[in-house]
Design a protein around this ligand. Structure first.
Ligand code: GDP
Length: 478
């Protein structure tokens, strides 16, 4: 069955950080406590030159156990799942709104649309599912707990502003996750729009337009007037067709939680994306750590529905508590089993919160060294220029306090990114930033994963701080 990254690393007799690096190279952002599925494990094992034999034993905590191999005959086309990314103010929200209001399912125009974090539109009698979570890069293009969620990314670039830092970040996220990009060159209605400049700039980032001999589709649009949006959606369908996206609607549903909250009147409400199978009212589901019988389902138009086929986003009512965004869900025929699995997961999480999950911070470093728990302090260095990163690395590696040393596991130039934080979390490292700052989403993930980030403008101060922490002489105000 699935193991956490940490458990799997132990099995391979490898450092968790090595496994994490391999996962990241596959576009899977995982932390040490996350579970990875059997397929992923065998790919990773192969990379290490190990073959894994997977015994088909009935492990009840195993989400995969019910994942029979789909008979190719049973597979049918499913709508693509699309996310929109791009620099702030380039028109992501406006574009999502425009698409949603002009391409509602036939006969439902004017229907109440409600925000459930995802919605479906229809063009040429085909559906497209949009995840309405702009800016949430980790979730939208990366994989939520090992499961790939997004099929296609629309990269929005304002024609009057061109490529900006978050444009580049979005490209990198999509590339890392191996998600194809369609470029929407937005704000074409503006007199100062310059689509050729956008093409030129994106070419420098490896997105070469078809008319220049490349493979990237560029569509000029205006999110305000609606011009070009039909073409954009047609291109989404075209790319989806090439991907041959399929699912089996005739089995128990599984998928991922898009967002969830506690509603005063309705209890725990979760928007889920059905990735395979068909979800039905009355089904018993495990979502994250919680079990529930689906009392009711509401679609993106605010209508009650009884079934939700593959690629459908739907709000479900009936869970015992609120799962996390990105948590997997799965239907269990046997209610008892479902409950037992949810309980076990809950117990496991509580145990991790109580005992394990110890994160290194400079504040408690000395204590850990004294207790003999810590012989090496893992450090990630990010600096504004290569020279500073190297200088810092050399100095830090010279520190030796009572047998405890610093081990530099990664150095890089530029802002502290989510990638750095996830790597730090996986390898129980701290991050030292020199003349750089964390990106906003990196900061958020660091808070969540409790990764210690230290920012400095003077090299010797950074070294002093780490040395002091190792000697237990850190200023108490830290
Ligand atoms: P986001 O930060 O990427 O979600 O950007 P928004 O959708 O909030 O748009 C930022 C601003 O650009 C808003 O004032 C929009 O009205 C405007 N805007 C978005 N798309 C267009 C467009 O196609 N043409 C023009 N003229 N303005 C646009």
């Amino acid at each position: 069955g699935p193991l956490t990254v940490g458990e799997f690393a132990k099995l391979l007799r490898k450092e968790a950080s090595e496994v994490i690096r391999k996962l990241i190279s596959l576009g899977i952002m995982a932390t040490i406590n996350q579970e990875i599925d059997v397929d992923t494990m065998s790919v990773i094992a192969e990379e290490f030159g190990v073959t894994v034999e997977y015994k088909e034993e009935v492990d009840e905590s195993n989400f995969e156990e019910q994942e029979e191999n789909d008979d190719p005959e049973a597979l049918v086309e499913r709508p693509p799942v699309v996310t929109i990314m791009g620099h702030v103010d380039h028109g992501k929200t406006t574009l999502l709104d425009k698409i949603r209001h002009t391409n509602v399912t036939a006969g439902e125009a004017g229907g109440i649309t409600q925000h459930i974090g995802a919605y479906q539109v229809e063009i040429n009698n085909k559906k497209i599912t949009f995840l309405d979570t702009p800016g949430h890069a980790a979730f939208t293009t990366m994989r939520a707990r090992g499961a790939k969620v997004t099929d296609i990314t629309i990269l929005v670039v304002a024609a009057d502003d061109g490529v900006k830092p978050q444009t580049v970040e979005a490209i990198n996220h999509a590339k890392a996750a191996d998600v194809p990009i369609i470029v929407a060159v937005n704000k074409m209605d503006k007199p100062e729009a310059n689509p050729d400049r956008v093409k030129q700039q994106l070419t420098e980032h490896g997105l070469v337009p078809e008319e220049w001999g490349g493979e990237t589709i560029f569509v000029p649009v205006s999110a305000i007037t609606g011009a070009g949006i039909d073409e954009l959606l047609e291109m989404v369908l075209l790319v989806a067709e090439v991907q041959e996206l399929k699912a089996n609607p005739d089995k128990r549903a599984r998928g991922v939680v898009i967002e969830a909250e506690l509603d005063k009147g309705r209890g725990a409400v979760a928007t889920v994306l059905v990735q395979n199978g068909t979800l039905k009212v009355g089904d018993g589901v495990v979502a994250g750590n919680y079990f529930g019988k689906i009392r009711a389902m509401v679609n993106d138009r605010g209508r009650r529905v009884k079934v939700a086929p593959p690629s459908t986003p739907v709000e479900i009512l009936g869970l015992s508590d609120v799962p996390g965004a990105g948590d997997p869900f799965m239907v269990f025929e046997d209610e008892k089993k479902g409950r037992a699995i949810a309980e076990r997961r809950m117990a496991k999480q509580k145990e991790e919160e109580r005992g394990g999950n110890k994160r290194v911070t400079l504040d408690d470093l000395f204590k850990q060294i004294q207790e003999g728990e810590m012989k090496e302090l893992n450090v990630i260095i990010k600096a504004d220029v290569h020279g500073s990163a190297e200088a810092m690395k050399n100095s830090l590696e010279k520190i030796d306090v009572e047998g405890a040393r610093v081990k530099i596991i990664h150095t890089g130039v530029g802002a502290i990114t989510e990638y750095d934080v996830i790597l730090a979390s996986a390898s129980n490292a701290i991050i030292v930033g020199f003349n750089v700052r964390p990106e906003p989403n990196a900061r958020a993930v660091a808070d969540q994963e409790k990764v210690d980030i230290r920012l400095h403008r003077i090299i010797y101060k950074a070294i002093e701080e780490i040395e002091a922490a190792m000697k237990g002489l850190l200023d108490p105000e830290y």
